[in-house]
Design a protein around this ligand. Structure first.
Ligand code: ADP
Length: 262
């Protein structure tokens, strides 16, 4: 007998986790931009904000005040995801008061995330991107054990401390109970280029951490994203890199998607 009830999403073809060892490395930024890049290529995309302690996806898409509708399917009330830029978005952030911190403990939190998947009417989806909570807690283990996952993208900054934590996250997907393919590493905040000096690169968080991590964990470096103020500013306005005119950023995210699809 299986200990866990599996979460089955029969209309979803591929489920890709975006994970990180620690918070603040740009996991939600990468999840959002990969989703937009995939949708721009014509794929049917869903984005699930599984980071239930700090849901930031609604803000990054400017839909913080959205309230999902419900639809009755086979006598069951199902949630309709919020659709924007061709992406079906679901987040616990749609259901909680933003001023109230989330204080759920392990089992409750895992239950809420499970519901987020099972009680949403997804329809046909080619790629579902999961913005995972940082680290290796209960929610992460629940999802990794209960869902049929295509693979994992791991986001890190180049610093050694970040790559050490990223390595721990990677090892969670490769145990005797769980084996989920690591699709590769995304190194974020790889260097800083001041706007007036586009040819200069300053490696303020160190250099080569993503490449080294990829080598050590037998996977590939999917891409490097520079630290560019426009990206953070866009996120604050509810926009992604694709709303900016920064071709370096757009090329970086499109290159990562190309490697994932390959
Ligand atoms: P995480 O999901 O790992 O906690 P976020 O994606 O929320 O991290 O990013 C943390 C902050 O850093 C956000 O304000 C985001 O806009 C900003 N940020 C992330 N990546 C970059 C980048 N490459 N350039 C500029 N700002 C970035």
């Amino acid at each position: 007998m299986a200990i866990f009830n599996k979460i089955e999403l029969p209309t979803v073809k591929n489920i890709i986790i975006v994970a990180s060892g620690k918070g603040g490395v740009g996991k939600s930024t990468v999840s959002s931009n990969l989703s937009v890049a995939l949708a721009r290529q014509g794929y049917k995309v869903a984005l699930v904000d599984a980071d239930i302690y700090g849901p930031s996806i609604p803000k990054m898409f400017g839909i913080e005040d959205a309230h999902p509708d419900f639809i009755k399917i086979n006598d069951k009330d199902m949630i309709l995801p919020i659709e924007t830029q061709g992406i079906k978005i679901m987040s616990i952030g749609f259901f909680v008061d933003k001023k109230q911190g989330l204080i759920w403990r392990g089992p409750m939190a895992s239950g809420a995330v499970t519901q987020l998947f099972e009680d949403t009417h997804w329809g046909d989806v080619d790629y579902m991107i999961l913005d995972f909570p940082p680290g290796t807690g209960d929610i992460q283990l629940t999802i990794a054990q209960k869902m049929k996952l295509t693979g994992v993208v791991v986001v890190t900054t180049p610093q050694e401390v970040a790559t050490i934590d990223a390595r721990k996250a990677i090892s969670m997907f490769n145990t005797d109970k769980i084996t989920i393919p690591i699709l590769g590493i995304v190194e974020n905040m790889s260097w800083f280029t001041p706007a007036p000096h586009p040819d200069e690169k300053y490696f303020i968080f160190g250099k080569g951490g993503g490449e080294l991590l990829a080598k050590e964990t037998n996977t590939q470096l999917l891409g490097q994203i520079p630290l560019i103020a426009e990206l953070g500013e866009a996120a604050d306005k509810g926009q992604t890199a694709f709303a900016t005119t920064n071709q370096t950023l757009i090329d970086a995210f499109e290159g990562i998607v190309k490697k994932i699809l390959a």
